[in-house]
Ligand binder design. Structure first.
Ligand code: AMP
Ligand code: GLY
Length: 423
């Protein structure tokens, strides 16, 4: 098979590495890819939002299967464009990607189908939102409806902060059109767990759980980022939690989408909070998590192409999804200053240390080719250093050991990824 992967971050590198393991993959392309993906796929300089160019490329190269990694093209309808062109593709259509693309939609869906989530109200007018907040219990959570690079969520501890939040999201439009509608949501406390799943429109198969570390600094301090590190599985995702989610959340979501005439095909990412009243959905994403994919995919036993094709064909019920009985930890190496401002273009040294090691992975996020065959930093999140081990403790030690193999000028990482699981 000839495969095209759309995207160019750490998640797409993890997907490309999994595809490269498949004996069915004859040739892999990635658009636009990055310097690390270039070691397993041919990178083509087409942007993820250039749908017409991507379709033309897929036709010209006779691509058999295209995998969409990123949220923006999914929300923009890339899957519909590929399907209309007669091309086979993995990912949800636009009318299903709305599960991530609109938080107001997903909250209304959960309410309608009694899927456990935080209490909420949607607002289209800032005045109505302000009036509501006058008597609301603090802290409270404000969310821009649309895609905002994971940044459109404000946790407000006082009425003053909440008023400023309404201004930021709805009036100043800090997150652009994403703030035309705003969700005001009850504040929940508990452990967060990410659960990824494969879905074929009817059947859902759950992958091994993971936990992200979203804040920039140790001890969950500092600003929210795209994710500074992950581990899998999460020991907090117990059998009891799994049973509850299977009964009340997973299949219920898939059935709800089908009942709404929006059958979901692709990956549903359940962002869960394990509250005192049981697991509740924080958010849905319509794609693999980044950096969740970097710890979940290296542990998957199945041929990823078999599973993804079964999703596209509606035959996922025939797949026995299996994971290794081990653990993985991913530590993100970022550019100092991320997520606010940082320098890039620094040469990265030590990448060769990962060659030929089966249980260590160096997934590239923000990198590009420099001069004379060098690879240089090209983003906030630069590399995702992943290791597998027999348990989380061993995986964590190995991942941190491997972070020392890499050197670049403004290298920054959290030192406490997975630390809480050892306590
Ligand atoms: P989201 O993009 O909806 O996942 O929100 C980003 C982060 O904000 C989540 O990972 C949580 O840490 C936090 N968050 C979102 N909603 C709530 C909530 N209702 N209560 C507490 N924290 C929340
Ligand atoms: N790591 C969280 C996300 O991909 O949205």
């Amino acid at each position: 098979m000839k495969i095209l992967i759309v995207g160019g971050g750490g998640r797409e590198h993890a997907i490309a590495a999994a595809v490269a393991k498949s004996p069915r993959a004859e040739k892999i392309y990635c658009a636009p890819g990055n310097a690390g993906i270039a070691s397993v796929a041919e990178c083509v300089p087409i942007g993820a939002m250039e749908f017409d160019k991507l379709v033309a490329f897929a036709k010209e190269k006779e691509i058999d299967f295209t995998i969409i990694g990123m949220d923006d093209p999914l929300a923009g309808g890339i899957v519909d464009v590929f399907l209309e062109a007669g091309l086979k593709v993995f990912g949800p259509r636009k009318n299903a990607a709305i599960l991530e693309g609109s938080k107001a939609f997903s909250k209304d869906l959960m309410k309608k189908y009694a899927i456990p989530t935080a209490a909420y109200e949607n607002f289209t007018s800032p005045d109505a939102a302000l009036a509501y907040l006058e008597t609301a219990k603090m802290p409270i959570v404000l969310k821009a409806d649309g895609l905002a690079l994971g940044k459109g969520v404000l946790i407000c501890h006082t009425l003053e902060e909440a008023r400023a939040g309404v201004k930021e999201i709805m009036q100043d439009k800090k997150f652009g059109e994403a703030g035309n509608v705003m969700v005001v949501e009850e504040f929940m406390t508990g452990r967060e767990v990410s659960v990824l799943s494969f879905v074929d429109g009817k059947t859902i198969k759950i992958m091994s759980s993971a936990q992200d570390h979203k804040r920039a600094g140790d001890g969950d301090t500092g600003l929210n980022t795209g994710g500074m590190g992950t581990f899998s599985p999460s020991p907090f995702y117990t059998e009891e939690v799994d049973e509850f989610c299977r009964e009340h959340i997973y299949q219920a979501t898939v059935d709800a989408m089908a009942a709404e005439g929006r059958p979901f095909i692709g990956v549903i990412f359940f962002g869960l909070m394990l509250t005192e009243d049981g697991p509740k959905v924080l958010e849905y994403n319509a794609r693999f998590g980044d950096p969740e994919a970097q710890v979940v995919l290296p542990r998957m036993k199945n041929d990823i192409l078999d599973v993804m094709e079964a999703c596209a064909d509606g035959t996922l019920d025939r797949i026995d999804l299996q994971f290794e009985d081990n653990a993985a930890v991913c530590v993100v190496l970022a550019s100092e200053g991320y997520p606010v401002s940082y320098d890039k273009g620094y040469e990265i040294q030590g990448l060769g240390s990962f060659v030929g090691k089966d249980d260590y992975f160096c997934f590239h996020a923000g990198t590009k080719a420099g001069e004379n065959g060098s690879i240089v930093t090209n983003g906030g999140r630069v590399l995702g250093i992943t290791a597998t081990g027999k348990d989380l403790k061993e995986a964590r030690e190995k991942a941190y050991e491997a972070t020392e193999w890499i050197r670049f000028e403004n290298k920054y990482m959290r030192r406490d990824i997975g630390k809480s699981i050892l306590e």
